[in-house]
Design a protein around this ligand. Structure first.
Ligand SMILES: [Zn+2]
Length: 247
């Protein structure tokens, strides 16, 4: 009798592990993902949109691409969307479109993005910034050498990734203290001496109502994503955003 009990426990244990592994691999499969891109062309919004769309399609996600924030008013599209990836630097958004986006996220649609595409969109829309948790204000010195420090190495997005260096824009942002910071960078003060030693969030997660938000300030140009750590953080962030994991 005891032997039979042990055998049943072992089978249940193996089955649970198998199902957990399956659900992790299938996180993006059949998910409806809306990519909205545009704004300042210096950030190559179309190149970014195509790159992330190709990767999502390889994960068997259903991808919809749009070049207009007008899609946020499309109730048919929005009601079935699991995740929005937005890449629109600066530009403007109609108040009705911005409210529709905020409502979708508040009701549980995830939102993810990087650099100016999420963190420097619609500069005069403070409610939008309140949702994202940060707003770009400057990249002192333009293209500079800097290090990204993984401040939360246990997080599912940064697990196994070591600190790394790159030459790109080091974003200085105005931030919401409620964000969950998982990677940072320290300013050396070479360009604006008064910010020497300031530790600035680079990657964070947060919630807005029932919706999960992922942001990375890395992504000034398409070639930045050739750095394995940058692409890994981006793709893992997208996967985290559609997963059931809230942390
Ligand atoms: Zn940039």
């Amino acid at each position: 009798m005891k032997k039979k009990y042990q055998y049943t426990t072992l089978v249940l244990c193996l089955l649970t592990q198998f199902l957990l592994a399956q659900s992790e691999n299938d996180t993006l499969k059949n998910k409806n993902i809306l990519i909205v891109y545009g704004g300042w062309l210096g950030h190559q919004p179309e190149v970014f949109a195509d790159k992330i769309a190709n990767w999502l399609e390889a994960q068997e996600a259903n991808v919809t691409l749009s070049e207009s924030t007008g899609i946020y008013l499309d109730k048919t599209v929005m009601s079935k969307t699991d995740l929005i990836i937005q890449h629109i630097t600066m530009s403007t958004i109609k108040s009705s479109e911005s409210k529709a986006l905020q409502n979708a996220v508040a009701n549980g649609t995830a939102l993810a993005g990087c650099h100016g595409g999420l963190g420097d969109a619609f500069r005069n829309d403070t409610e939008y910034q309140y949702m994202i948790g940060g707003q770009f204000v400057k990249h002192p010195g333009g293209q500079v050498d800097y290090t990204v420090k993984i401040s939360e190495p246990e997080h599912i997005i940064t697990e196994g990734i070591k600190d790394f260096s790159l030459n790109s824009e080091q974003y200085y942002m105005h931030l919401d203290p409620s964000i969950n910071v998982i990677a940072t960078t320290v300013f050396n003060g070479d360009h604006d001496p008064w910010i020497e030693g300031v530790e600035m969030p680079v990657v964070w997660t947060k919630t807005y109502g029932k919706g999960k938000i992922f942001y990375s300030s890395l992504g000034h140009s398409a070639d930045i994503f050739e750095i394995p750590e940058v692409w890994q953080i981006m793709t893992r962030g997208v996967t985290w955003a559609v997963s059931k994991n809230m942390n």
